[in-house]
Design a protein around this ligand. Structure first.
Ligand code: B12
Ligand code: SF4
Length: 513
């Protein structure tokens, strides 16, 4: 039997207002290997008698932008389009498949996923559609009620996928499988979220199934960078889960406690990447430095030494918890750890080590940052840590700042602006390139915020899922309407990107270094 896993086309969201420039308000990231299809395909090809195929609709035909809906947004309108391969292009593969798998992590892809599922069922009515990913895990009932999704994987595919497909192939009962939701006799059956698989037993990502795409894996997390960072670039996850509990994050409820791979397993993975000609690594762990709280500081250092020993340049694309980089006993940055994590060398003319880091400084609008989230440091200490990272000659540093808590108004934005100016001046004084990316404080299913602040939402998740991401907002604050909040973010971006980079950003949805 045949299983097809599809990475959906990108969401291209255009915000139009009378007298203002058009703004692409969905971040567009295309040229990287997609971890969900690569891993799910590897998991499922372990099922006997199953032929597995993967198609990445984001990476091909990026010139194709197909509008699928538009809606009013205060005094303007939003046009939502799909960017990448058209549905029709893969009609033949859909006809041949028995099972279709989709990974829906961001909520904002919801309508694209459902439209695609409807299209797939139309061309092949006997196709069984199985979805997974963060959005599917927490809104499984919404998808099942649409009538086009047959199964939702609630949790880790390793623990659920093979069991489900095997029982479907052999027409066996699947009611005993945990981590699954489906409709039976008109009722939703939900067997709960299943987590905690052994990461060492996870199969290696099915890179061979996307062999033809490898030359296109040339983009790190934020837009194209200099040619001195070699391509192709591959994402790497060493851990899963997190032992922090930030209000706005889905990871603790999706994956549970922090777990990690052994050094032997990491080595196997790095060797495997080398065999496909991978040159650089994007470390995509949600919270790698949280290993320190688990008493695994030495292991963290050993991982990084191993990546360097294999000659890879790398980037920490999801960042580190900044307080983990502070030595509490000496009351100063943890200089030893910082030099291990961010140092590099040149081996046979090649850059080896850390080239980039994303720093989640997050709530710069509040005098006392630590009062909002204990994983942050006071601003002055954060500057000390940033300085220590810059001294390691990292090339690219990006910084987040999250706007949109109920208490955020013009004064808070101004306060954040002043601090961002200080960060920028500091980083640039070291000759390091900087990207400042303000994000929306969005309220996602599966987070504590979803339980606490759902009543702030002015654009419902069922009707306007496209607005649920970090560059648009379905809610305002006590001072800003949703569009005023988005405008406040744009004003910060204009200052910190500079006019030319800002123009490219709002025209393309891609950041510029
Ligand atoms: C890596 C990552 C990215 C990467 C890559 C995204 C991608 N499309 O591959 C980048 C940096 C590009 C990214 C971007 C964004 N991201 Co992101 N991202 C993540 C992160 C850290 C990991 C996701 C991942 O790849 N995990 C590894 C894979 C293997 O896991 P997985 O997909 O969950 O699959 C497992 C199971 O779910 C299951 N499974 C999944 N699908 C299927 C299908 C079948 C058939 C089966 C059997 C099993 C199965 O099996 C797998 C193995 O166990 C998550 C946080 C998290 N921990 O999930 C946030 C997360 C998904 N991102 C999030 C957001 C908001 C975004 C953005 C919208 C942010 C923005 N700037 O506006 C953009 C979207 C733009 C885009 N084009 O993707 C949110 C989504 C919240 C929501 N409900 O919308 C998350 C959850 C973080 C958070 N805030 O909590 N992201
Ligand atoms: S935001 Fe990061 S540190 Fe906070 S809970 Fe999520 S993964 Fe953990």
């Amino acid at each position: 039997m045949n299983y097809l896993h599809v990475e959906l086309p990108s969401l291209h969201l255009l915000w139009q207002r009378e007298g203002c420039e058009d703004v692409v308000c969905s971040v567009i990231r295309t040229n990287y290997p997609k971890p969900s299809p690569l891993l799910v395909a590897a998991i499922l090809r372990q099922v006997q008698g199953l032929e597995v195929q993967v198609i990445d609709m984001k990476i091909h035909n990026q010139e194709t932008i197909i509008p699928y809906r538009e809606f009013n947004f205060e005094n303007g309108k939003i046009i939502a389009s799909r960017m990448g391969m058209s549905f029709e292009k893969i009609e033949d593969q859909l006809k041949e498949a028995d099972f279709l798998g989709l990974s829906i992590n961001p909520t904002s892809w919801s309508n694209i996923a459902l439209d695609f599922a409807r299209f797939a069922k139309k061309v092949n009515p006997s196709l069984r559609i199985i979805i997974g990913g963060t959005e599917a895990i927490f809104r499984y009932d919404f998808y099942l009620k649409s009538g086009v999704i047959d199964f939702v994987i609630r949790g880790e595919g390793e623990l659920v996928g093979p069991a489900l497909i095997t029982s479907l192939i052999h027409k066996q009962d699947y009611s005993g499988i945990n981590g699954l939701a489906y409709i039976q006799n008109g009722q939703i059956v939900d067997t709960g979220i299943t987590r905690n698989c052994d990461l060492d037993k996870e199969p290696l990502p099915a890179i061979d199934l996307l062999n033809g795409d490898i030359p296109l894996w040339n983009m790190p997390i934020e837009y194209f960078i200099d040619s001195d960072v070699k391509r192709p670039i591959m994402p790497l996850f060493i851990t899963r889960g997190c032992n922090q509990s930030c209000d706005y994050c889905t990871t603790p409820r999706k994956y549970g406690r922090l777990r990690f791979k052994s050094l032997e397993r990491l080595e196997k993975e790095l060797q495997y990447f080398k065999s496909f000609g991978i040159e650089s690594i994007n470390i995509w762990d949600d919270s790698l430095s949280s290993l320190i709280k688990l008493g695994q500081r030495d292991l963290l250092i050993a991982y990084i030494r191993m990546i360097k020993a294999y000659g890879f340049p790398f980037e920490y694309a999801q960042g580190m918890v900044i307080s983990d980089l502070w030595d509490k006993e000496k009351n100063e940055p943890d200089f030893v750890l910082i030099s291990e994590l961010y140092g590099h060398s040149t081996i046979s003319g090649k850059f080896v080590g850390c080239y980039g880091h994303y720093t989640p400084v997050e709530f710069l609008q509040e005098e006392n940052t630590t009062a909002i989230n204990s994983k942050l440091l006071s601003f002055e200490k954060e500057l000390e840590v940033i300085k220590a990272i810059c001294r390691q000659d990292v090339k690219y540093l990006s910084f987040s700042c999250i706007l949109g808590r109920a208490t955020d108004g013009p004064n808070q934005v101004e306060f954040a602006r002043k601090r961002l100016r200080r960060i920028k001046a500091l980083v640039e004084s070291f000759g390091v390139r900087i990207l400042i990316a303000p994000y929306m404080y969005n309220i996602f299913p599966g987070t504590r915020l979803w339980t606490k602040e759902k009543d702030r939402l002015e654009y419902s998740i069922e009707e306007f899922p496209e607005m649920y991401q970090l560059n648009a907002s379905p809610h305002g604050t006590n001072y800003f309407s949703p569009s005023e909040l988005m405008q406040a973010k744009l004003d910060l971006e204009r200052e910190f990107l500079g006019e030319e980079r800002f123009k490219k950003w709002i025209q393309t949805g891609r950041y510029q270094w």
